[in-house]
Design a binder for this molecule. Structure first.
Ligand SMILES: *Cc1c(COP(=O)(O)O)cnc(C)c1O
Length: 308
């Protein structure tokens, strides 16, 4: 996917800050902001700069993401959630990145970097099976453990496996923030920080009364608009908003898309909101048949970013 010069991705850093604060208040626990995948496409360097005095630390997937975003310079620790790179101990130390580990070998090799145990409660990837937890903890002199949980039941399973040893424990991502029993010693929100903080839009470059079936698919609409973003920029058919009113992206081409403007008084130059109030990631996830995370990352990379 490549960004379209005609699409604007506006990131509201104040809103992201307010969300981090609200999550900290509501959960009463430490917030580890998940800024992996370039903060879901919103810019890990900018987001971490905005959040550096509001959170307790960062989560990325790979060590290199932390280095590229300069997370070490925030003075806060980073947890790299993905597979560890045992040969890069010096860089973990230099950039204050703690590797997630799930094997004795990685725990031992990275012991000096303060490795964090990843316990398997169902993901069955990059995670330690329950019966090996004790030996990995010993090999890495481990003091902190987490699991990638989707349900409260998995959190409880995690606490059964890793609790009672004086370890710092965390499990909750966005989906479990509302569950008091999932909060433990920290929470790891990603989507909840960014949802509602992004507005993605493109201007109408043409508006036409239709003269019969339109486009590749021959769809019918009374009035059609065109924007200069398409599937090569990550767009897909689904809802959108034009002048505050609900509208629909009905057909997506390589670098342009058709909007059904029937009944709307829209004109050339008016903005089509692709993600924002009235067309949030959750709404689009149901239109697209995917997750809100996939929608956000896809659209965040669709245009050029501006910060407000
Ligand atoms: C991505 C991720 C998160 C954040 O998930 P959200 O649903 O975006 O809050 C938390 N923990 C782990 C292990 C992850 O991989």
């Amino acid at each position: 996917m490549s960004p379209s010069p005609h699409i604007t991705v506006s990131v509201d850093l104040d809103r992201i800050r307010a969300s981090a604060e609200a999550i900290g208040r509501a959960t009463g626990t430490a917030v580890l902001a998940v800024v992996k995948a370039d903060a879901y496409g919103l810019g890990a360097a900018e987001v971490s700069h905005a959040l550096r005095d509001r959170v307790a630390g960062w989560c990325v997937f790979r060590l290199d993401e932390a280095i590229e975003a300069g997370l070490g310079e925030t003075g806060l620790p980073t947890l790299a959630l993905g597979p560890p790179e045992p040969q890069r101990l010096a860089e973990y130390l230099q950039h204050r990145v703690r590797p997630a580990v799930s094997s004795v070998e990685a725990a031992r090799a990275l012991r000096a970097a303060g490795p964090v145990l990843c316990v398997d409660t169902g993901m069955q990837r990059f995670a330690c099976p329950p019966e090996r937890v004790d030996e990995v903890i010993a090999a890495g002199e481990i003091r902190e453990a987490f699991t990638h949980a989707v349900t409260l039941q998995q959190v409880e399973q995690f606490v059964d496996i890793a609790g009672g040893r004086g370890l710092t424990l965390h499990a909750a991502a966005t989906a479990l923030l509302h569950e008091p029993r999932a909060r433990l010693d920290a929470v790891r929100p990603g989507l909840a920080l960014y949802d509602q903080a992004v507005r993605i839009s493109a201007p109408l470059v043409e508006v036409n009364e239709s003269r019969g079936p339109v486009g590749y698919t021959g769809f019918t609409a009374g009035r059609i608009g065109v924007i200069l973003g398409g599937y090569s920029n990550g767009l897909r058919p689904g809802r959108c908003v034009v002048n505050g009113q609900p509208a629909r992206i009905v057909e997506v081409g390589m670098q342009s898309a058709y909007i059904d403007l029937t009944g709307l008084g829209a004109r050339v130059g008016d903005e089509v909101v692709l993600l924002g109030p009235g067309a949030q990631a959750n709404d689009l996830a149901s239109d697209w048949g995917t997750s809100p995370h996939a929608v956000l990352v896809s659209l965040a990379c669709a245009g050029r970013r501006v910060y407000g």
